[in-house]
Design a protein around this ligand. Structure first.
Ligand code: ADP
Length: 636
């Protein structure tokens, strides 16, 4: 073998780290290196076919598109060759010399930290070409680019800190050939049964022929184009596993064949688990786009929106031109139609599932619901999207319950035109919040939103089937008061005389003068039962949690002032009224007003400085303990 210009190159630090881990750990799933190499070979063949469809001129036009695997059991050598697009000198440096994965640093960290989970991590994401060093002592990769002017090259490495790269004075044909000298403990990969079983398990659906020595080992056709009646559940499952690298079968399988107005076949799957671990997900979603069985785009994100990104699968159409370029796909009218048809099909499938098999739908919701909620901006499919949402609600028996908006609507009171929701961290907190008291008294259902994104979802949607979504701290009380109480008033508060009511108004004025500009108004509450006071937003203002969000994100955001309501049924307020009647300047009123106000802020999570509250509370409890002791002494 004649080489020229042998150059030594250093691997980048990140690559060295990865190599070190891969080479020195014994992973039980290391067979996946073969899957990675075959998948690279298949990609290279896809790329060549793509160029050929665009009538590009290229080297060795008569070479068949295929993958060949050879082995030498005695010498422990395994060779994988393809007639794909190949690589030039420069391409080898940029493609093989560095890790392509966008989150590789995070990936390495995870590999280091979770040794026992490493198999799973490697199995799911692969580590591409470098996985070869789980089994290789030495690797020699020869490649000849499809571009006629490029010379063949050879890349050699032992998986240490450096690699060698040089031009090859050999009449190499187009494509790439990788020769692996196997480590002693990986010799088994140079045997027919082992290679065959790995290919059957991981690479059976590769669309190019794979020859093991002389024999073709992959046999399965493009499954999505077969008639549904001919496909067995196992075939679907195997295809899913091949496609997703998931070890579990899918939760759902959707095989779609559409002929009009556009023709396409799609084979889609909903995985049992959402694989959004360590944020890999964002660039992991997408459907594979084929045109007449030729792969045009891997993981096309234009075919499916991010909120349905948990759906995996392939789409194949007769109606797209083979030479369509990836860049112009988005502007292609047929492509857009296919994409919107797929979205409709998936949403309809989910709606049917929710109706026919609600339990199964809930499983999907629990796993993928968080991602699905991102669809609040898909206005075209707003109704279908909203129909599929699930939330906990005051009518659920505990925090594990889910209701749909349609179920809520079926239960609304006569003339109720609004859907009420509250946002909080736990169901218990929402049930005991002062704002919920009136809903409980009136028996009006409230959706309990426990995920921060939920509020954006409902606020952005605005309405559904003529019902407006309204947050409980923004209600127009008049619309709720008109409904009859379903719960008896158990506060046993005395009926206030006309005179007392007048004094109560003055007390409210007094409290307003104490709290000053901290509140817009102090008023007598009609919504409270068991809490002495609460803060509410003036109508048409932003919700409390939206305000909190703005405060976090915008430095200068001034939170709007709220209305402070006091509850005339509450013992404390009645006592304050008595004190006020005796001496309207009594300082106890002032201390209580601040205490009630700051406690309300605390409950909403918007108390900025708790020091005054802390001191006042301690002082008042101390005084109360004195009074308590005195009262006890008097009893004896
Ligand atoms: P990935 O396949 O995820 O991009 P890899 O580490 O497996 O990452 O490969 C890196 C790059 O090397 C590929 O994107 C491709 O450009 C190039 N490559 C790998 N194997 C081949 C091959 N057999 N033929 C042509 N190019 C290849």
């Amino acid at each position: 073998m004649a080489k020229t210009n042998a150059d030594k190159f250093e691997f980048k630090a990140e690559t060295r780290q990865l190599l070190d881990i891969l080479a020195h750990s014994l992973y039980s799933s290391r067979e996946i290196f073969l899957r990675e190499l075959i998948s690279n070979a298949s990609d290279a063949l896809d790329k060549l076919r793509f160029e050929s469809n665009r009538n590009t001129d290229y080297a060795d036009k008569d070479l068949p598109l295929e993958i060949r695997i050879g082995f030498d059991e005695k010498k422990s050598i395994l060779t994988i060759s393809d007639t794909g697009i190949g690589m030039s000198h420069e391409e080898v440096i940029s493609n093989i010399g560095t890790i392509a994965h966008s989150s590789s640093a995070e990936f390495i960290k995870q590999l280091k930290e979770n040794k026992e989970e490493a198999n799973n991590i490697i199995g799911k994401f692969g580590v591409g070409f470098y996985s070869i060093f789980m089994v290789a002592e030495k690797v020699a990769l020869k490649s000849r680019s499809y571009r006629k002017e490029e010379k063949p090259v050879i890349w050699e490495s032992e998986g240490t800190d450096e690699y060698k790269l040089s031009y090859l004075d050999e009449n190499l044909k187009r494509g790439t050939s990788i020769e692996i000298k196997l480590k002693e403990d990986a010799k088994e990969f140079a045997s027919k049964w082992k290679i065959e079983s790995v290919i059957k398990q991981h690479s059976n659906f590769i669309s190019f022929p794979i020859y093991l020595e002389k024999e073709k080992v992959n046999t399965t056709p493009a499954l999505w184009r077969e008639p549904k009646s001919k496909i067995t559940p196992t075939e679907y499952e195997d295809f899913y596993k091949f496609l997703s690298h998931d070890s579990e079968p899918p939760a759902e399988t959707l095989h779609i064949s559409v002929d009009a107005p556009i023709q396409y076949n799609a084979l889609l799957f909903i995985p049992k688990k959402n694989e959004d671990f360590f944020g890999f997900y964002r660039d992991q979603y997408g459907l594979d786009l084929y045109v007449r069985r030729v792969l045009i785009q891997h993981k096309s994100k234009d075919l499916i929106p991010e909120y349905l990104g948990f759906v995996k699968g392939v789409v194949d159409s007769e109606d797209l031109p083979l030479n369509v370029s990836r860049e112009t796909l988005q502007e292609n009218a047929v492509f857009s139609k296919i994409s919107s048809n797929i979205i409709t099909q998936v949403l309809n499938f989910l709606i049917k599932k929710a109706t026919d098999e609600p339990e199964k739908f809930l499983e999907i919701w629990k796993e993928h619901g968080r991602q699905f909620k991102l669809g609040y901006s898909d206005f075209v499919n707003k109704d279908k999207f909203t129909q599929l949402l699930r939330f906990n609600s005051s009518s659920s028996s505990d925090q594990t319950g889910f209701v749909s908006i349609d179920e809520y609507i079926n239960r609304v009171k006569k003339d109720q035109k609004e859907i009420y929701f509250a946002f909080g961290t736990t169901r218990d907190a929402l049930i005991s919040s002062p704002q919920f008291e009136i809903f409980q008294r009136k028996g009006i259902e409230v959706l309990f939103l426990l995920d921060p994104i939920d509020e954006f979802v409902l606020t952005s949607l605005g309405d559904y089937k003529d019902f407006k979504f309204i947050q409980v701290d923004q209600i127009d009380l008049g619309k709720i008061e008109k409904f009859e109480d379903v719960k008896k008033d158990e506060t046993k508060a005395p009926e206030l005389s006309k005179d007392d009511l007048k004094h109560l108004d003055s007390l409210a004025q007094k409290i307003k003068s104490i709290l000053g500009d901290n509140v817009t108004e102090v008023r007598i509450s009609k919504r409270l039962d068991s809490s002495p006071a609460c803060l509410v937003n003036p109508e048409n203002s932003l919700s409390s949690s939206m305000q909190k969000f703005l405060k976090l994100t915008q430095k200068d955001y001034a939170q709007p002032k709220k209305i402070f309501e006091i509850n005339p049924k509450h013992h404390l307020i009645i006592n304050l009224l008595e004190i006020f009647k005796k001496d309207s300047h009594d300082t106890f009123i002032e201390r209580s007003a601040w205490q009630l106000f700051e406690l309300s802020l605390l409950l909403e999570g918007s108390l900025l400085d708790p020091h005054k509250l802390f001191k006042r509370a301690n002082d008042m409890v101390t005084e109360a303990s004195d009074l308590y002791l005195k009262a006890k002494a008097n009893q004896q």
